[in-house]
Design a binder for this molecule. Structure first.
Ligand code: IDP
Ligand code: MG
Length: 168
């Protein structure tokens, strides 16, 4: 069985419902290890890139607002990278089906997700669904230095005139 990485995002509804600890406990059942974790304020650009496979869906604009936190008035999500054998399927199993009404009731989405009247599935967590998606998503959400260990090939880039923020 291959060692895989997978991206998990605790979406704004997961945070606002105080489900963070519960979700992390459920995911720890997999015995996978966390190799990256951070709180992210999702930009419009990141939201559209992350969900670009759904660009043509009628719920796309609402989905962008949802992941950005506009709907739940909390502009943050918790992004995590899990690593281990068969990580993608193991996490998807605990996370459950995309549609919370169809998801196994003991899965995270089955237990805590809901369908809004406007039709978006507020399903509490994101989890990558294939090795290709996982690689694309992890590279989109994390920089190499934010991940522990060599996960994907890296390259050195010489920066000139980079302005970064420091504590004042
Ligand atoms: P996934 O999150 O299970 O991988 P995707 O098809 O990648 O499912 O969809 C991304 C997100 O878009 C879902 O988690 C859900 O929030 C929302 N979504 C997907 N399909 C629908 C739908 O048919 N109606 C409403 N919302 C949807
Ligand atoms: Mg998906």
């Amino acid at each position: 069985m291959a060692i895989e990485q997978t991206l998990v995002i605790i979406k704004p509804d997961g945070l606002i419902k105080s489900l963070t600890g519960n979700i992390l406990s459920r995911l720890s059942e997999t015995k996978l290890i966390i190799i990256g974790a951070k709180v992210v304020q999702v930009t419009d650009k990141l939201a559209r890139e992350h969900y670009k496979h759904l660009m043509d869906k009628p719920f796309f604009e609402e989905l962008v607002h949802y992941i950005m936190g506009d709907v739940h008035h909390t502009h943050r999500v918790l992004a995590l990278v899990y690593q281990g054998e068969n990580a993608i399927a193991k996490v998807r199993e605990i996370v459950g089906d995309t549609n919370p009404e169809k998801a196994n009731p003991v899965s995270i989405r089955g237990a805590y997700g809901r369908i809004t009247t406007s039709g978006v599935f507020e399903n509490v967590v994101h989890a990558s669904s294939s090795p290709e998606d996982a690689e694309h998503e992890i590279k989109l959400w994390f920089r190499p230095a934010e991940i522990v260990g060599l996960v994907y090939p890296m390259k050195d880039v010489v920066m000139e005139k980079v302005i970064e923020q420091e504590w004042a």
